[in-house]
Write a protein that binds this ligand. Structure first.
Ligand code: AMP
Length: 396
């Protein structure tokens, strides 16, 4: 059942999209060809070749930050391994799992272009499926790099969970296959890149309120969909959020996601700055606190994200990871400082999401009807008001 489902997504369902994405395909094809001309990297008959990323100061800053983020990740995972005996084992399975590789796809079916980004176990390339012309992203993971069971589990989870998700604000998982050395994930191409790199390119390193509210509303939609399937994301941060062709949110990276029928989990994971206090406390005082958390950890991270998009840095960031951990774990639910440019509406939403009590934390449904979100996302009302004021201007 699974293999036919995969081929239907990648091959059978793609041709009608060409009319819609005609101009996009043309520009992407020329981008691939440019890469070929510049780097000689396109080898349709061979294995994908690693290409160089552009070396400018912004890219370096982003890379550095990414490196730090990965280090923060490792920190949490390392702590988790140390304390692992304290936590109940988790079996991360999704019912009706469709995790078989595609029966006939191989690397030879793709023209592989420039590098889109670099992850923990490999790189992501811009690619074109040769027989359908479908432009996609090819995430290539090296089997030799996922050496231990923990890392293998992350990749398995990403595959298992991601292919069960279908939502406009979640990056599409199209198919996957493997050979002796590598695992290839065929993903929707997110033309806008990562939210993190867009954030760093903003003049003041932050977004305006309207843009932030629109991103947060889409994030709430994506998370609400995941939670409705009893899946927690557990690693919300700008680096894991991509942007589509129309600047729409495409949530990605499901390595830390987990399916839980009970709604509770016990493993400590995620990225430090975005950890909820209930998880940070588990990390800081293992065995001395309750040892479970709920999907409300994603709402907490959404609050951190809202703050970061508006301010340019996450609210609990400190010089060392230990200090950040302590600051989150000791958070008393008040005293969070907001710069003057943050509106009262945004502040209210953030405070509601950063509620210490996970059960009282604002629900995703309530995020979507929060006055600040509604004010910035109601297109028809906005344009109505604008055209009415335009009429008035014309009349006077
Ligand atoms: P990952 O290995 O998933 O963490 O991806 C590393 C980086 O590659 C991301 O931060 C993005 O910049 C880029 N990237 C990953 N997937 C895609 C995609 N589907 N479309 C465009 N860029 C991507």
């Amino acid at each position: 059942m699974a293999p036919t489902k995969h081929s239907a997504v990648l091959v059978a369902s793609t041709p009608p999209k060409h009319s819609e994405y005609g101009s996009m395909l043309t520009s992407l094809k020329s981008s691939i060809l440019n890469t070929k001309a510049k780097l000689g990297a396109l080898r349709p008959q061979g294995q994908p070749k690693v290409t160089k990323t552009i070396n400018n100061s912004k890219a370096i800053t982003a890379r550095e930050r990414r490196k730090q983020a990965i280090e923060r990740h490792s920190k949490v995972e390392a702590e988790q391994q140390k304390d692992s005996e304290l936590f109940k084992p988790e079996i991360a399975t999704v019912p009706s799992l469709a995790s078989h590789p595609h029966p006939s796809l191989s690397a030879h079916d793709f023209e592989v272009g420039g590098t889109l980004g670099r992850g923990k176990f490999g790189r992501v390339y811009l690619a074109r499926h040769l027989s359908t012309n479908y432009v996609c992203a090819l995430k290539i993971l090296s089997k030799s790099q996922c050496i231990n069971q923990e890392e293998e589990k992350l990749i398995r989870r990403e595959l298992e969970i991601h292919q069960n998700l279908a939502h406009k604000n979640i990056l599409k998982f199209l198919s996957w296959f493997h050979d002796e050395e590598k695992i290839y994930l065929v993903l929707e191409y997110a033309a806008g890149g990562s939210l993190y790199s867009k954030l760093t390119k903003q003049p003041k390193g932050r977004f305006d309120e309207r843009t932030t509210a629109q991103y947060i509303a889409q994030m709430a939609e994506a998370l609400r969909y995941m939670h409705s399937k009893n899946i927690m994301h557990r690693d919300i941060k700008p680096e894991n959020i991509l942007l589509g062709f129309h600047n729409e949110i495409k949530l990605a990276d499901f390595g830390y996601s987990v399916h839980s029928d009970s709604g509770f989990r016990s493993t400590v994971c995620g990225t430090l700055d975005y950890l909820s206090p209930e998880v940070a406390v588990m990390l800081l005082k293992p065995g001395k606190t309750r040892e479970y958390y709920s999907k409300a950890i994603d709402q907490w991270s959404l609050g951190v994200l809202t703050y970061e998009l508006l301010v340019g840095k996450p609210p609990f960031e400190q010089k060392s990871s230990k200090a950040t951990q302590k600051k989150i774990a000791n958070f008393k639910g008040n005293g969070l400082k907001f710069p003057g440019h943050v509106s009262k509406g945004a502040e209210d939403l953030i405070q509601e999401l950063l509620n210490l009590d996970a059960e009282k934390r604002m629900s995703l449904d309530d995020v979507l009807v929060h006055a600040w979100i509604v004010r910035h996302t109601e297109k028809s009302a906005q344009s109505g008001i604008r055209s009415f004021s335009h009429m008035l201007e014309q009349a006077t």
